[in-house]
Design a protein around this ligand. Structure first.
Ligand code: HEC
Length: 151
Protein backbone atom coordinates (compact mmCIF):
# COMPACT_ATOMS: atom_id res chain seq x y z
CA UNK A 1 0.00 0.00 0.00
CA UNK A 2 2.77 2.37 0.95
CA UNK A 3 4.47 1.84 -2.40
CA UNK A 4 1.19 2.28 -4.20
CA UNK A 5 0.57 5.59 -2.40
CA UNK A 6 3.97 6.79 -3.39
CA UNK A 7 3.56 5.84 -7.01
CA UNK A 8 0.18 7.56 -7.04
CA UNK A 9 1.81 10.73 -5.79
CA UNK A 10 3.38 10.72 -9.22
CA UNK A 11 6.85 12.00 -8.49
CA UNK A 12 10.05 10.04 -8.47
CA UNK A 13 11.63 12.50 -6.08
CA UNK A 14 8.73 12.04 -3.69
CA UNK A 15 9.08 8.29 -3.90
CA UNK A 16 12.70 8.51 -2.91
CA UNK A 17 12.08 11.00 -0.14
CA UNK A 18 8.98 9.54 1.41
CA UNK A 19 9.75 5.85 1.05
CA UNK A 20 13.39 5.11 0.47
CA UNK A 21 15.03 7.42 2.94
CA UNK A 22 12.55 6.71 5.70
CA UNK A 23 13.32 3.00 5.73
CA UNK A 24 17.04 3.61 5.61
CA UNK A 25 16.93 6.25 8.29
CA UNK A 26 14.84 4.00 10.52
CA UNK A 27 17.42 1.26 10.68
CA UNK A 28 20.34 3.69 10.99
CA UNK A 29 18.72 5.43 13.91
CA UNK A 30 18.02 2.30 15.86
CA UNK A 31 21.59 1.14 15.41
CA UNK A 32 22.89 4.43 16.76
CA UNK A 33 20.37 4.41 19.60
CA UNK A 34 21.32 0.89 20.62
CA UNK A 35 24.97 1.80 20.68
CA UNK A 36 24.33 4.94 22.70
CA UNK A 37 22.22 3.08 25.19
CA UNK A 38 24.73 0.32 25.57
CA UNK A 39 27.46 2.89 26.11
CA UNK A 40 25.58 4.99 28.66
CA UNK A 41 23.88 2.06 30.37
CA UNK A 42 20.41 3.62 30.24
CA UNK A 43 18.03 1.96 32.70
CA UNK A 44 15.87 -0.77 31.24
CA UNK A 45 12.60 0.93 32.18
CA UNK A 46 13.60 4.12 30.36
CA UNK A 47 14.37 2.09 27.24
CA UNK A 48 10.95 0.48 27.40
CA UNK A 49 9.03 3.69 28.01
CA UNK A 50 6.53 4.37 25.19
CA UNK A 51 7.70 7.99 25.13
CA UNK A 52 11.15 6.91 23.98
CA UNK A 53 9.82 5.83 20.61
CA UNK A 54 8.04 9.16 20.17
CA UNK A 55 11.20 11.00 21.23
CA UNK A 56 13.34 9.03 18.79
CA UNK A 57 10.94 9.71 15.94
CA UNK A 58 10.08 13.36 16.55
CA UNK A 59 12.57 15.06 18.88
CA UNK A 60 15.91 13.28 18.72
CA UNK A 61 16.98 14.76 15.38
CA UNK A 62 17.22 18.19 17.00
CA UNK A 63 17.51 17.63 20.75
CA UNK A 64 19.82 14.60 20.28
CA UNK A 65 19.55 11.13 21.81
CA UNK A 66 21.08 12.25 25.10
CA UNK A 67 18.83 15.35 25.34
CA UNK A 68 21.83 17.64 25.25
CA UNK A 69 20.74 19.41 22.06
CA UNK A 70 23.15 21.25 19.80
CA UNK A 71 24.73 24.31 21.35
CA UNK A 72 23.41 27.54 19.85
CA UNK A 73 20.94 25.71 17.59
CA UNK A 74 18.73 23.27 19.48
CA UNK A 75 18.49 23.77 23.24
CA UNK A 76 19.27 21.03 25.75
CA UNK A 77 16.31 19.40 27.49
CA UNK A 78 18.46 18.47 30.48
CA UNK A 79 18.17 20.54 33.67
CA UNK A 80 15.99 22.84 31.64
CA UNK A 81 13.56 24.96 33.66
CA UNK A 82 10.85 24.75 30.98
CA UNK A 83 11.10 20.98 30.74
CA UNK A 84 11.08 20.56 34.51
CA UNK A 85 8.74 23.49 35.23
CA UNK A 86 5.02 24.07 34.77
CA UNK A 87 3.30 21.33 32.77
CA UNK A 88 1.10 23.74 30.82
CA UNK A 89 3.97 25.73 29.32
CA UNK A 90 5.82 22.57 28.34
CA UNK A 91 2.74 21.04 26.71
CA UNK A 92 1.97 24.31 24.91
CA UNK A 93 5.48 24.54 23.40
CA UNK A 94 5.36 20.92 22.29
CA UNK A 95 1.90 21.26 20.72
CA UNK A 96 2.29 24.70 19.16
CA UNK A 97 6.02 25.12 18.69
CA UNK A 98 8.18 28.07 19.63
CA UNK A 99 9.92 30.90 17.79
CA UNK A 100 12.09 33.70 19.07
CA UNK A 101 15.17 34.45 21.07
CA UNK A 102 15.67 32.57 24.33
CA UNK A 103 18.65 32.13 26.61
CA UNK A 104 18.94 28.67 28.06
CA UNK A 105 21.74 27.77 30.41
CA UNK A 106 23.63 30.91 29.35
CA UNK A 107 23.45 30.16 25.62
CA UNK A 108 21.25 32.10 23.20
CA UNK A 109 18.88 30.26 20.84
CA UNK A 110 16.94 31.93 18.09
CA UNK A 111 15.53 29.01 16.16
CA UNK A 112 12.25 27.38 15.31
CA UNK A 113 10.76 24.59 17.31
CA UNK A 114 8.13 23.09 15.00
CA UNK A 115 4.58 22.44 16.28
CA UNK A 116 3.79 18.81 17.07
CA UNK A 117 -0.01 18.99 17.20
CA UNK A 118 -0.18 16.11 14.71
CA UNK A 119 0.79 13.76 17.56
CA UNK A 120 -1.97 12.24 19.70
CA UNK A 121 -2.59 13.39 23.28
CA UNK A 122 -1.10 10.11 24.45
CA UNK A 123 2.03 10.50 22.32
CA UNK A 124 2.60 14.00 23.71
CA UNK A 125 1.97 12.86 27.29
CA UNK A 126 4.31 9.89 26.81
CA UNK A 127 7.15 11.85 25.24
CA UNK A 128 7.01 14.64 27.81
CA UNK A 129 6.90 12.17 30.69
CA UNK A 130 9.89 10.40 29.14
CA UNK A 131 11.81 13.68 28.79
CA UNK A 132 10.93 14.76 32.35
CA UNK A 133 12.15 11.49 33.82
CA UNK A 134 15.13 10.81 31.61
CA UNK A 135 18.47 12.46 30.76
CA UNK A 136 19.00 13.08 34.50
CA UNK A 137 15.68 14.96 34.82
CA UNK A 138 13.39 13.89 37.64
CA UNK A 139 10.05 15.70 37.35
CA UNK A 140 6.43 14.58 37.50
CA UNK A 141 4.65 12.82 34.67
CA UNK A 142 2.42 14.55 32.13
CA UNK A 143 -1.01 12.98 31.74
CA UNK A 144 -3.17 12.54 28.65
CA UNK A 145 -5.82 14.70 30.36
CA UNK A 146 -3.43 17.62 30.80
CA UNK A 147 -2.61 17.53 27.09
CA UNK A 148 -6.25 17.20 26.04
CA UNK A 149 -7.22 20.31 28.03
CA UNK A 150 -4.63 22.45 26.26
CA UNK A 151 -5.14 21.29 22.70
C1 HEC B 1 13.53 20.76 13.91
C2 HEC B 1 14.16 20.75 15.19
C3 HEC B 1 13.34 20.44 16.42
C4 HEC B 1 12.52 19.35 16.66
C5 HEC B 1 12.18 18.21 15.73
C6 HEC B 1 12.07 19.50 18.02
N1 HEC B 1 12.56 20.65 18.56
FE1 HEC B 1 12.22 21.35 20.44
N2 HEC B 1 13.19 23.07 19.97
C7 HEC B 1 13.90 23.31 18.81
C8 HEC B 1 14.42 24.67 18.82
C9 HEC B 1 15.25 25.33 17.73
C10 HEC B 1 14.01 25.25 20.04
C11 HEC B 1 14.27 26.68 20.52
C12 HEC B 1 13.32 27.63 19.79
C13 HEC B 1 13.69 29.08 19.93
O1 HEC B 1 14.88 29.41 19.73
O2 HEC B 1 12.80 29.89 20.23
C14 HEC B 1 13.26 24.20 20.75
C15 HEC B 1 12.70 24.35 22.01
C16 HEC B 1 12.12 23.33 22.73
C17 HEC B 1 11.65 23.46 24.10
C18 HEC B 1 11.72 24.72 24.97
C19 HEC B 1 13.04 24.82 25.67
C20 HEC B 1 13.11 26.02 26.57
O3 HEC B 1 13.86 25.97 27.54
O4 HEC B 1 12.41 27.01 26.35
C21 HEC B 1 11.15 22.25 24.45
C22 HEC B 1 10.55 21.88 25.81
C23 HEC B 1 11.27 21.36 23.32
N3 HEC B 1 11.86 22.06 22.28
C24 HEC B 1 10.87 20.05 23.30
C25 HEC B 1 10.78 19.28 22.14
C26 HEC B 1 10.12 18.00 22.06
C27 HEC B 1 9.48 17.28 23.24
C28 HEC B 1 10.21 17.60 20.76
C29 HEC B 1 9.63 16.35 20.13
C30 HEC B 1 8.22 16.11 20.32
C31 HEC B 1 10.94 18.62 20.02
N4 HEC B 1 11.26 19.63 20.90
C32 HEC B 1 11.23 18.58 18.67
C33 HEC B 1 14.04 22.43 17.78
C34 HEC B 1 13.35 21.24 17.62
Amino acid sequence: MKILNCIMSGSLVLIMLSCGSRTRQGSDNSAVTNMTEAATGTAQNAMDHPGKKVYDNYCKACHMSDGKGLKGMHPPLIKNTTVNGKANKLIDITLNGMIGKVTIDGVEYNGIMPPHNHLTDKQIADVLTYVRKNFGNDSGEITVDQVRKLR
